[in-house]
Design a binder for this molecule. Structure first.
Ligand code: HPA
Length: 250
């Protein structure tokens, strides 16, 4: 099995293919072999079959499977709330991130000291393809900074007033994926779907089911965006993600 591109599907975004269960040092992962954008792709549903909450997702196993399958590029989908008035249903491609998580294993290197550089946390080549893919599919798209909270509860209005000083959109699943991908020298970029205004940026309270409903509304367009993006990713890597460990060890 050699799938050079992996897609990690977030809440409300699934793809059916040839399913397999793959063992990793961190546990087993279910993945689907699919064809997308003219390429063979490994699709990994982030939340598994029982919809694990964000703090219990096995992020290390997911990235490990992508690498083991031969992927060098990873596209991730994440739902987000907007802290900056993006229209619901539009897309944001993170260019940077801040995280406020507490309980997630965030490294593959427990026994040695490895500091990967995150000056450019998201692969610029994959980001470019996602932006071009979104434009080709007629989607509304912008850049932004992603703020990752621990969840599983949604934020309080005061938390959002604080977090909006740090970034543009808020979600619960973008970290530590972005860092783990870099530790495996994978190219990684995310396409975020704006499903709601964040807490306090709306008059009414918010039902979590709203996120799934909005995501379902955007799923077809998201698939088109990813398909177009995959067809635009250059065959050879022109970025430095593949050399992330060259000078990262102390
Ligand atoms: N907060 C955190 N995560 C989210 C949200 C939100 O408002 N919307 C979708 N994922």
């Amino acid at each position: 099995m050699n799938k050079k591109i992996a897609v990690i599907g977030g809440t409300g975004f699934g793809m059916e293919g040839e399913a397999s269960f793959i063992d990793t040092p961190y546990g087993q992962v279910r993945a689907e072999a699919i064809e997308l954008g003219g390429r063979e792709v490994l699709f990994i549903p982030r939340h598994g079959e029982v919809h694990l909450p964000p703090h219990r997702v096995n992020y290390r196993a997911i990235l490990w499977v992508a690498k083991a399958a031969g992927a060098v590029r990873v596209i991730s989908t994440n739902t987000v709330g907007t802290m900056s008035w993006h229209p619901v249903g539009s897309f944001v491609i993170p260019i940077d991130f801040v995280e406020f998580t507490r309980s997630r294993p965030a490294t593959f290197f427990e026994e040695e000291t490895v500091h990967v550089d995150l000056t450019t946390p998201y692969c610029s080549e994959v980001r470019r393809a996602l932006t071009a893919g979104a434009e080709a599919a007629g989607a509304l798209v912008s850049d932004g900074t992603y703020v990752c909270t621990e969840g599983p509860h949604l934020e309080s209005p005061a938390q959002i007033r604080m977090l909006r000083r740090f970034g543009d959109v808020v979600g619960m699943t973008g970290y530590p994926e972005v860092v783990l991908a870099r530790e495996l020298e994978l190219c990684y970029a995310s396409i975020c779907i704006v499903t709601n205004p964040a807490a306090g940026m709306r008059i009414d309270s918010m039902a979590a089911a709203e996120i799934t409903r909005e995501m379902e509304r955007s799923a077809r367009l998201l698939r088109e965006v990813i398909e177009a993006a995959i067809s635009m990713i250059p065959e050879e890597r022109g970025c430095s993600c593949g050399r992330a460990l060259a000078e990262a060890r102390l």
